[in-house]
Design a protein around this ligand. Structure first.
Ligand code: GDP
Ligand code: ZN
Length: 292
C-alpha cells in the first residue's frame, strides 16, 4: 500500500493513504535497507499488519522531491508565505527573506495576505503587483469573515503545503478553518502558554482530503539565509533572469558599473523594495548575521 507519513512519534509513524485513512506503522529494517531515516512528508510503501498482534511496516521510502531542514519535512509542493495586511503590518523585507529561503531549498512559494477585513487604505494592489510581476501567485484571505477561503482551498488542492510566515498573521486561524480537527491555539495568550512546550513539538501533516496535506510547522516563524553571498542573486527571480547581462561577469549588482540589474531598478522594471532587500540580505550574509 502507498501512503504519506504524517506524523512520527517515538519510533512509530502515522501513514495516511490518499483517502485520509490512517495507519500506525513501524519502520523496521528501512534504515538498514535505504540508509535514510523516514521523514514526515515521505511517500512510502507499507505493508498492512498480518495479524492483530503484528504491526504495519514501512517497506520503502519513495524518492524525495525536496527536503527541508527546519522544519525537518520532505516533499513540500508549495510554501504559502502568510502575511497580514494589518496587525502586524506587512514587512516586505521579511517576505523577501522567506521567498529566498524557499527558493534556496527548491520549494515553490506563493504569497497570502490575510486579514483583508482590516484593509483600510489599499496598499495591497501595489504589493501584489510587485510579486505578480516576478511570477509569484498571490492569495487574499480573511480568516475572520472567510473571504478568499474557497480560492485558498482550490489553490492547495492535491498538494503538500506549508504555511510559513511570522507569528500573529493568522496561520493557526487559517489552519483551523482548513482542518477543523487541528484545533490550533490562536492568539497571544495561548502562544505564551505554548512557548514552553514548543521545543518538544514536531512537525505534523494534517490530511485535509483529496490527497491534500497541510504541514503544521511550529519552528517556521524564522528563517536562515544561505551563507554564500554570491549565491543570493540566483534566489531573486528578477535578478537571476538578468544573469550575464552586466558588463562584468560575476557582477554582484552592488557597486559595479554597467550593471543591468541596477539599470532595471532605475527604469522601474525591478521594484526598488526588492532591490533594497537584495542589498540588505547581501550585507547580512557577508556580515554573517543571516538569521532573523
Ligand atoms: P499565527 O501566529 O500566524 O498562527 O496567527 P493566529 O492565527 O494565532 O492569529 C493571530 C491573531 O490574529 C489572533 O488573535 C486571531 O484571532 C487574529 N486573526 C487571524 N486571522 C484574522 C483575520 O483574518 N482577520 C482579523 N481581523 N483577525 C485575524
Ligand atoms: Zn550587475
Amino acid at each position: 500500500m502507498r501512503g504519506t507519513i504524517i506524523k512520527g512519534i517515538a519510533g512509530f509513524y502515522e501513514v495516511a493513504d490518499a483517502n485520509g485513512n490512517i495507519f500506525t506503522c513501524h519502520a523496521r529494517g528501512i534504515f538498514r535497507k535505504d540508509g535514510i531515516k523516514p521523514l514526515v512528508g515521505d511517500c512510502v510503501l507499507f505493508s498492512e499488519a498480518e495479524t492483530e498482534s503484528s504491526e504495519a511496516n514501512i517497506e520503502k521510502i519513495l524518492p524525495r522531491k525536496n527536503e527541508l531542514i527546519r522544519p525537518s519535512v520532505s516533499n513540500i509542493d508549495m510554501a504559502v508565505v502568510v502575511l497580514s495586511v494589518r496587525k502586524p503590518d506587512p514587512q516586505l523585507y521579511l517576505l523577501d527573506k522567506y521567498l529566498v529561503f524557499m527558493e534556496q531549498q527548491n520549494v515553490p512559494a506563493a504569497i497570502l495576505f490575510n486579514k483583508t477585513d482590516l484593509d483600510t487604505d489599499d496598499i495591497l494592489p501595489e504589493y501584489a503587483a510587485i510579486y505578480e510581476n516576478i511570477g509569484y501567485h498571490i492569495l487574499f484571505t480573511s480568516a475572520a469573515d472567510k473571504r478568499g477561503i474557497e480560492e485558498l482551498k482550490n489553490f492547495i488542492s492535491g498538494k503538500k503545503v506549508v504555511l510559513a510566515g511570522p507569528s500573529g498573521v493568522g496561520k493557526s486561524s487559517l489552519t483551523n478553518i482548513l482542518y477543523p480537527g487541528a484545533r490550533m491555539e490562536t492568539g497571544e495568550i495561548s502562544r505564551k502558554i505554548e512557548r514552553g512546550k514548543q521545543t518538544t513539538r514536531h512537525s505534523e501533516f494534517f490530511p485535509v482530503g483529496n490527497d491534500t496535506f497541510l504541514c503544521d510547522t511550529p519552528g517556521f516563524t524564522s528563517v536562515s539565509l544561505i551563507d554564500k553571498e554570491e549565491d543570493l542573486r540566483f534566489f531573486f527571480p528578477e535578478i537571476s533572469v538578468r544573469e550575464g547581462k552586466c558588463r562584468f561577469t560575476g557582477c554582484r549588482h552592488l557597486s559595479e558599473p554597467g550593471c543591468a540589474v541596477k539599470e532595471a531598478v532605475q527604469n522601474g522594471e525591478i521594484a526598488l523594495s526588492r532591490y533594497e532587500s537584495y542589498k540588505k540580505m547581501s550585507e547580512e550574509i557577508s556580515g554573517k548575521r543571516g538569521h532573523i
